[in-house]
Design a protein around this ligand. Structure first.
Ligand SMILES: [Zn+2]
Ligand SMILES: [Zn+2]
Length: 124
């Protein structure tokens, strides 16, 4: 297999992810597997890239209103084995992640919480 066949889909994925703070899986599929780029990427390839990036801790995924939402990890020193809390602000729609170091005995955990407001749009 030539190198470009492996890296090209990944490059497109990273490009797309960098365009916005988050993206839904259906948008990824529309833009990457669909007709926007020719030849379109295989759906299985897209799944594999998402899984790989998640496993490397580069992106996080959560489900909001039935949509798979994917966004780049925002923590500069985030580690793969951290417990990750994904917060979604109901007020401004901001999404962010918080990492907590956990001991090696514990399994990887990811939790999701919805907040009424975040630090960017504090409601008092
Ligand atoms: Zn993170
Ligand atoms: Zn907010």
């Amino acid at each position: 297999m030539s190198d470009s066949r492996v890296t090209e889909p990944r490059k497109r994925f990273v490009e797309l992810l960098s365009l916005s703070s988050r993206i839904t899986f259906s948008d990824l599929r529309r833009d990457l597997v669909g007709k926007k780029w020719q030849p379109g990427m295989n759906l299985a390839t897209l799944y594999r890239i998402v899984d790989t990036f998640k496993a490397q801790g580069l992106i996080h995924e959560t489900t909001i209103a039935g949509e798979r939402l994917i966004f780049a990890c925002q923590c500069a020193d985030g580690r793969i084995d951290d417990a990750v809390t994904i917060s979604f602000c109901e007020n401004c729609g901001a999404i962010y992640d918080t990492h907590t170091r956990i001991s090696a005995q514990l399994t990887l955990s990811q939790t999701y919480q919805q907040t009424k407001s975040c630090s960017a749009c504090v409601i008092r």
